[in-house]
Design a protein around this ligand. Structure first.
Ligand SMILES: Nc1ncnc2c1ncn2[C@@H]1O[C@H](COP(=O)(O)OP(=O)(O)O)[C@@H](O)[C@H]1O
Ligand SMILES: [Mg+2]
Length: 431
């Protein structure tokens, strides 16, 4: 008698003791295990992924083989968690390409593939936030924006302004902005914007006119970003319980003079979330000690970052680096999960590779990239990476999963999306 493999299932990202306690509760359907390669691959056991515990997930693979797609599948699964679990979690996805808004629409293109998997097209509720001053960019393209966000000027330290403008301590403009930020902070507290900085620069007596003008020009450019204002979006608004928030920064793609904008967004959002989660974690522990339920107003946060090598590069500096390294190294303790996707693991900070507990890799062919990830090879892995990659089917959506929690390795096919995949359309926008 043939075994019906469709009834068998496993879970990644969950320890054996958690599996015993919770079973499959709070997990998401990721895909199916590849049973036999060949012309027509045979898929078997369903693979679920734990969504309740903090994780560091690394998704890699060469361009066009399913990283963003897999991220979208995970977002769909978060959205479908039962309310009691979902409301304890908040998802924030940094969208550099401008593709995740299409989660809002059902997948009508791929109905046959969905049917083969016994699935149906469906929309997913995501909230798409865009930089306030760039709303016209999104409206022009007809993208379904749910709201806007800004960063609060006073949350940027002098160093951050300098990095944004590519300045160092040695540059006269660097000296000027440092002095002015301190002055304005002292005078106005946390309530000032770019205009107040410009005003203070105009009144500065210690700098030359040329330096003042150069700095004012730069700040005027920063005004056109439509990002940094007197009043910033509150964190409470960004990390909403039970909500998937897409921070779409694609308006800053490939434009000149905006190089640091995405970095400062990730840096400040990441920093705030980290600080707040640390505070709330304490509150939760105190409640626990008093015998109350371990609950607080702030949900556990998942931050998902596509093209993560841009924010955590291996050999370069980045405004977001320090914050992301903190998430990577100690984030799990206060309940911060991070999902990083990259096509160039070799260009990614090695800590992101060595610290991840769940590794999902689509097809990779570049030797340096395969070598970079094989450095993470845990002791329970006795196979070599080259061999595993050579065995992976060449079509899209296949992935190797290495799971530290269950100490297992799987070769899977990620399930088709319920929602529309705008990947192709969106990349045409940027041309
Ligand atoms: N699991 C999958 N099932 C079916 N098609 C997929 C799957 N993963 C990726 N694809 C196809 O491959 C294309 C590229 O995937 P994408 O995730 O955008 O690649 P990247 O790795 O560059 O982010 C998608 O637009 C989709 O057509
Ligand atoms: Mg992608």
């Amino acid at each position: 008698m043939a075994i019906d493999l469709s009834k068998q299932k496993s879970i990644v990202g969950r320890s054996p003791s958690d599996i015993e306690k919770y079973g499959f509760e709070g997990s998401g359907y990721l895909g199916k295990v590849l049973m036999s390669r060949g012309e027509k691959p045979v898929l078997g056991r369903k693979i679920f992924i734990d969504l309740t515990r903090p994780h560091l997930v690394l998704v890699c693979g060469k361009r066009g083989f399913g990283k963003s797609y897999t991220m979208a599948v995970l977002m769909e699964e978060f959205a479908r968690l039962p309310a009691n679990i979902r409301n304890r979690i908040s998802i924030i996805a940094i969208d550099t390409v401008g593709i995740f808004w299409s989660l809002k629409f059902p997948n009508r293109e791929n109905q046959k593939e969905l049917a083969d998997w016994d699935l149906k097209p469906a929309e997913t509720d995501v909230r798409v936030l865009v930089p306030k001053g760039k709303i016209a960019f999104y409206k022009e393209k007809g993208l379904p924006v749910s709201g806007t966000f800004t960063l609060k000027a006073s949350e940027l330290d002098a160093v951050e302004w300098m990095v944004l403008f590519n300045l160092t301590w040695k540059d006269p403009e660097g000296v000027l902005i440092t002095r002015v930020v301190e002055e304005v902070k002292e005078k106005l507290g946390s309530y000032y914007g770019i205009d107040e900085l410009i005003k203070a620069i105009k009144n500065d007596t210690e700098s030359t006119k040329i330096v003042r003008q150069a700095m004012i020009n730069r700040l005027n450019v920063a005004k056109t970003w439509g990002l940094i204002e007197k009043e910033g979006t509150r964190l409470r608004e960004i990390a909403k319980p039970g909500t998937i928030t897409v921070i779409d920064v694609s308006a800053y793609r490939q434009a000149i003079g905006v190089e640091g904008t995405r970095d400062i967004i990730v840096a400040l959002v990441g920093k705030k979330l980290f600080e707040e989660r640390m505070l709330f974690r304490k509150e939760e522990e105190i409640k626990h000690l008093k015998g109350q339920k371990r609950e607080s107003a702030m949900p556990i946060v998942w931050m998902m970052i596509d093209e993560a090598h841009m924010f955590m590069p291996r050999d370069e500096k980045n405004l977001a680096m320090q914050v992301l390294l903190e998430w990577v190294r100690v984030g799990r303790q206060p309940g911060l999960s991070l999902l990083l996707a990259t096509q160039r693991p070799n260009k990614l900070h090695p800590d992101a590779i060595s610290q991840c507990d769940l590794f999902i890799s689509h097809r990779m062919t570049s030797k340096p990239d395969i070598e970079a990830v094989s450095a993470l090879r845990p002791s329970y892995m006795h196979q070599d990476f080259d061999h595993l990659y050579a065995e992976m089917p060449k079509s899209k959506g296949y992935a190797l999963i290495i799971d530290d929690n269950s100490e297992k390795i799987w070769m899977i096919k990620v399930r088709p999306r319920f929602s529309w995949d705008a990947g192709v359309t969106a990349s045409a926008f940027t041309k």
